[in-house]
Structures are given as structure tokens and as C-alpha cells.
Design a protein around this ligand. Structure first.
Ligand SMILES: *Cc1c(COP(=O)(O)O)cnc(C)c1O
Length: 392
């Protein structure tokens, strides 16, 4: 059976070159990069080369790159790192209602610890409006945290404008750029952002490595206390394999990003066109244009997204339903509900996220499968019957 992987926003296949770069560090190159002897030096060099590759990719200084274990840890470090600075106790944070749990639950945690947080909603198209952020900023706001691109809808947030607003108000700006990295241009030199979160496994590197870019002038507190690693911002002997693979992935991305974006956009658009041409009663969730080039989130009326997902899985197609299954009850995605998507439509939402390795054949196979499965499920859907009769 054909296997079609359309879930790149969840994680990406590891690039063979990243594996190749990391392999020696699974074996002979085992030293501790903090050791000053020969065994440590080789490994230290590999870590610093990876830091350089990340810096070249984003256009920042290598010393502005802090390696962590994940996008989630980076989000924690950014937000708690600012919150835990002396003088910031109990201060105010502005974030959005559609953040990834890495940011959302960090903010909720801080709220329980006496900080105040404003969660700005998105508009009907899934976008955070800069004006809403401006209005939410208070005299004691210490941080604005708005994601660069949403993982479920692919919606691109106006982080440059939001960062400008934060800067004018004298407030630090963090962006969770885990999904945006490699899919849209992000230039550290021109972005008015102070802290930026990225993750390795979303850019064809390994799970368990990520990082935070942090402007030199900014002081934050560590969240993991220990040794002096990562400029004292993240104790613990580094995940060398993950960091080296990530460095390789960023070097490749620097070279190939433009072509890869063009290709993935072409395939995503073909999938979108095919679905809308062949399947009735489908709606797009999110902004049609201000969207990641690889992401397509659509609602199939009268069908449960989960049912579609499971049927597609049986045909070898991996995608995501965007809704979380909580203790057996199907819950619609809070991100879609927040945008004002009708709750029953939100139940029928599917996210297709394309990436490196996808082909035209994958797209046509998926369109055929979707047409068949949607028809089958609608035929047994009590919701669809009256409407079908009514339409004829
Ligand atoms: C995947 C993801 C994260 C978390 O990254 P991990 O490395 O898996 O912890 C954070 N934010 C967004 C938007 C993501 O898509």
C-alpha cells in the first residue's frame, strides 16, 4: 500500500544528510564538549559549528543561539526566563488564544503563580490583529508572545507589526517560530523580535533538540539550573547528536529553502484544488493567502474529522484532525472555535501538512481516497441525508 505522509506540522522525516552528520556522535565521538582534552574538543567544535549554521540561517550572532531540548523547552525558557527576572514578579504578559501548548500552558502556569496574562483572540481568518495586541498592553506588561505561524491552520501572524508595537511600548517580544522556520523568510536583522523559538524535528532534524534565539542585550533567567552550558542559560550536558543533526538541517535549509517552499506550495495548492473540485461542502479554515505554503486545513461538512482521519489512515494516508480526543468525547479544536468556525464544522476539520518527500502521486492518491471516504461516510451520516434529498 502507498504511504502518504501529510503530517509534517507534527514532525518531519529526518534528512539523510542530518543523520550522516550526526552518526559519528553516536559512536566514536563521545566526548563531553565541556572537557578541555582532545575528546571534548572535537565535540565542542561540532556544537559550535551547529550554532554557527543556525546563526547563518536566521541571520543572528552565534552567541545569540541557545540550544535546548525542544521547541517546548525554548518557549518555557523564553517566557519563564523573562518572568523570573528580578523585578518582573507578578507582571503582565500578552499572548494569543491560539498559541501552541508550549506557550499557552506556560502562561497558564505563570497565571497560577500570580502573574497576569491577556489572551488576545484571532479574527475570523485566524489571524491575531496588531491593534488587539496594542490594546492589551498595560503599563506593567513585560512580554508579548505571539506565534509566527499557527500549527493547525498555518495562519501567518503579523509578528513584525506586533513586534513594532511591543518595542514602542518598551515590552519584550517573543515569537514561537517552530512552524514558520524554513517555510517563510525570517530575518533576525529586520524582525523586531527579542526572543525566537525553533525546533529541530520540524525542520527534518531529530526530536529532542531545539533552540531559542535571544538578543545579546537581553537578560533572562535559566529555567534548568546546573552547569555553565549554553552561556549559563541551560544547564546539562548537551544533546550532541540532536544539535549536530539540527546544524546540518539548517545548513541544508539555507541552501534549498526557496526551491523547497515553491515545490511544497505547488503540491499543497494542487491538493487544495483537487479537494474543492471533487468534494462538495468543504470549507477552508484559516486565511487563504496569509498562510504557510505547506498547510491546508479544511472542514468536511456532515463528517467527523476523526472518522475521516481513521479511514484515511487505513488507506495509508497520515494527516491530523486538529481536534483532541479527550476521554472518549470528541472535542473540536479550540483554535478553530476561537476563529469562529461553526462547532460542527470544527468537528469535521482535517489538517494536511506537506513537506520534503511529498510528490504529485501522493497528492492525486490522497484526493482519490478523500473523495471515496467522504462519500462513504456521508452516505451513513444522519446529518447528510436530509440535505442530500433537499438538494435534489
Ligand atoms: C511542534 C511545535 C512546538 C513544540 O516543539 P517540540 O520541539 O515538539 O517541543 C511548539 N510550537 C509550535 C507552533 C509547534 O508546532
Amino acid at each position: 500500500m502507498r504511504k502518504v505522509y501529510f503530517d509534517h506540522n507534527a514532525t518531519t522525516p529526518v534528512h539523510p544528510e542530518a543523520v550522516k552528520a550526526a552518526r559519528p556522535f553516536l559512536g566514536e565521538l563521545f566526548g563531553n564538549p565541556s572537557s578541555i582534552h582532545f575528546a571534548g574538543r572535537d565535540v565542542r567544535k561540532a556544537v559550535e559549528d551547529a550554532r554557527e549554521a543556525v546563526a547563518v540561517f536566521f541571520g543572528c550572532h552565534p552567541l545569540e543561539v541557545v540550544f535546548t531540548s525542544s521547541g517546548t523547552e525554548s518557549g518555557n525558557l523564553a517566557i519563564k526566563g523573562v518572568a523570573y527576572q528580578p523585578g518582573n514578579e507578578g507582571k503582565h504578559i500578552v499572548t494569543s488564544q491560539v498559541e501552541h501548548p508550549a506557550v499557552m500552558n506556560t502562561c497558564r502556569f505563570l497565571e497560577k503563580r500570580g502573574y497576569r496574562v491577556s489572551y488576545v483572540p484571532v479574527n475570523r481568518q485566524g489571524i491575531v490583529e496588531p491593534e488587539a495586541v496594542r490594546k492589551a498592553i498595560e503599563p506593567d506588561t513585560m512580554l508579548v508572545s505571539v506565534m509566527a505561524a499557527n500549527n493547525e491552520t498555518g495562519c501567518l501572524m503579523p509578528i513584525a507589526e506586533i513586534g513594532e508595537i511591543a518595542r514602542k511600548a518598551g515590552v519584550l517580544m517573543h515569537t514561537d517560530a517552530v512552524q514558520a522556520t524554513g517555510k517563510i523568510p525570517l530575518d533576525w536583522n529586520t524582525l523586531p523580535v527579542d526572543l525566537l523559538t525553533f525546533s529541530g524535528h520540524k525542520v527534518n532534524a531529530l526530536k529532542g533538540a531545539g533552540g531559542l534565539i535571544l538578543r545579546k542585550s537581553i537578560k533572562i533567567s535559566p529555567v534548568i539550573h546546573g552547569g555553565h552550558q549554553e552561556m549559563g542559560l541551560r544547564g546539562g550536558t548537551e544533546n550532541i547528536v540532536g544539535i549536530v543533526a539540527m546544524g546540518a538541517a539548517f545548513s541544508l535549509l539555507k541552501e534549498n529553502m526557496e526551491q523547497e517552499i515553491a515545490e511544497v506550495r505547488r503540491l499543497r495548492d494542487a491538493l487544495e484544488r483537487g479537494i474543492f473540485e471533487r468534494i462538495p461542502e468543504v470549507t477552508l479554515n484559516g486565511h487563504p493567502l496569509l498562510r504557510l505554503p505547506n498547510t491546508l486545513n479544511v472542514s468536511f461538512r456532515y463528517i467527523e474529522g476523526e472518522a475521516l482521519l481513521l479511514n484515511l489512515d487505513m488507506l495509508g494516508i497520515a494527516c491530523s484532525s486538529g481536534s483532541a480526543c479527550t476521554s472518549g468525547s470528541l472535542e473540536a479544536s479550540p483554535v478553530l472555535l476561537n476563529m469562529g468556525v461553526d462547532p460542527t464544522d470544527a468537528q469535521g476539520a482535517l489538517r494536511f501538512s506537506l513537506g520534503r518527500g511529498n510528490s504529485d502521486e501522493d497528492v492525486s492518491y490522497a484526493i482519490d481516497a478523500l473523495e471515496t471516504v467522504a462519500e462513504k461516510l456521508r452516505a451513513i451520516s444522519p446529518l447528510y441525508q436530509p440535505r442530500k434529498v433537499g438538494m435534489k
